[in-house]
Design a protein around this ligand. Structure first.
Ligand SMILES: *Cc1c(COP(=O)(O)O)cnc(C)c1O
Length: 401
């Protein structure tokens, strides 16, 4: 038992940079909401590859798109037309405010493109706008510009000097945001729900308030939906319940259900600044990734997955309330989130709870030190939710006193 997992952990430390601290199990395959480790143990996946596997592992529709495209062409670069990429852009622009798409390979790259576009757009209008307003606790990625916009100083340590002109104010504080804007502001960037820092939804009216501030100021508004987009919080895109629309939206995590792809979506009036030569990505939106993302969107929007997921999300919400009530305020400080993105804030660090859950066959992750984050596939059933939460409740009861 655990022989292969242990061997893998040993080999890893010899050859990989030490920036990750993985759990000591090597996940070898997955099907739906279950994954299996190298020693054949089964786990219920309540974290979906960090909010990525919206349709579960090896979903047949995405697998079919992947293998079909794999037999045709994988990569030819953006120096040629590519039908899967055009089809993906047509789908995405039909589903939201946007008219144009730029494709890349990750969330950080999508935000990098958004922030660069904001500066270039100002440049083209002959405005001296280059500043970016972001929020405390935000996570926008690990490239230098997106790291600069990330609102957790610990992530910056030793990587300075950061990008110039990036400022942070408290998340949810419209007055502070308004005060920080000036005729040098190029864009405001915000997550509709701050995911990494602990699943903190924007307070009611906050996104619309930022829209109004951006309009008054003349800067752009960027919604980072890398974690919240593609059905994760209930609607297809989280901002669609707020009434506010951005000028730019970024997507990644769930867009390819695990196949690496990112997208930056915008209006034509803004996107027009990306004239030939201004920005590019070798792999961005390649046929393999784009074909998979098309299958993900089709399955979510026409396959009835979003409607069914709304019902299981209600069950998940009720079950979490009841669980928090049973465990009491000495153990559970708060529960937050919606849809299939939730946090249980514990009164102590979450690490031991996460390990105990794994040992009992359930995968969960943290978000900030004391939050347990749930981001299961949207295809999870009520029974699987019950199965997972029973393990989680027992783990919290055992580890948090
Ligand atoms: C994960 C995440 C990113 C970064 O995505 P990568 O693919 O890891 O570069 C950016 N923004 C948000 C909101 C995220 O959750």
């Amino acid at each position: 038992m655990d022989k292969k997992n242990r061997e893998m952990a040993h080999r890893m430390t010899a050859v990989l940079t030490p920036n990750y601290l993985p759990q000591p199990v090597s996940i070898e395959r997955g099907e739906g909401c279950y994954v299996y480790d190298a020693d054949g143990r089964r786990y219920l996946d309540l974290m979906g590859g960090i909010a990525t596997a919206v349709l579960g592992h090896c979903h047949p529709a995405v697998q079919a798109a992947l293998t079909h495209q794999a037999g045709k062409i994988w990569h030819i670069s953006n120096l040629f037309l590519s039908s899967p990429q055009i089809e993906l852009a047509e789908r995405l622009t039909a589903l939201c405010f946007a008219e144009q798409a730029f494709f890349c390979n990750s969330g950080a790259e999508a935000n990098e493109a958004a922030l660069k576009l904001a500066r270039r757009y100002a440049h083209d209008r002959e405005e001296k706008r280059f500043e970016i307003l972001a929020f405390d606790g935000a996570f926008h990625g690990r490239t230098l510009f997106t790291l600069s916009a990330t609102g957790t100083p610990a992530y910056w340590e030793g990587f300075g000097p950061l990008a110039e002109g990036v400022y942070h104010v408290p998340f949810g504080d419209l007055a502070a945001a308004g005060q920080r804007l000036s005729d040098r502001t190029a864009a405001i960037i915000v997550e509709p729900v701050q995911g990494e820092s602990g699943v903190h939804p924007a307070p009611p009216g906050f996104l619309q308030g930022l829209r109004d501030l951006a309009d008054k100021n003349g800067c752009l508004l960027i919604f980072d939906e890398v974690q919240t987009g593609v059905g994760r919080t209930g609607p297809l895109f989280a901002h669609q319940t707020s009434g506010a629309e951005p000028d730019i939206m970024t997507l990644a995590k769930a867009l390819g259900n695990g196949i690496p792809i990112g997208a930056m979506l915008t209006r034509a009036s803004v996107g027009k600044s990306l004239v030939p030569g201004t920005h590019a990505s070798t792999f961005g939106g390649n046929p393999l990734a784009a074909a998979c993302a098309c299958a993900v969107l089709d399955t979510l929007t026409t396959g009835g997955v979003l409607e069914t997921a709304r019902k299981t999300a209600e069950h998940l919400g009720r079950s979490l309330e009841a669980m928090a009530h049973r465990l009491g305020p000495d153990r559970v400080a708060d529960i937050r989130g919606s849809g299939h993105l939730r946090a249980i804030e514990l009164t102590q660090p979450a690490t031991n709870v996460i390990h105990r859950c794994r040992e009992s066959g359930v995968l969960i992750i943290s978000a900030g030190a004391s939050n347990v984050r749930l981001a299961p596939p949207l295809i999870i059933s009520n029974e699987q939710i019950d199965e997972g939460l029973a393990v989680l409740e027992a783990a919290i009861a055992a580890e948090i006193s």
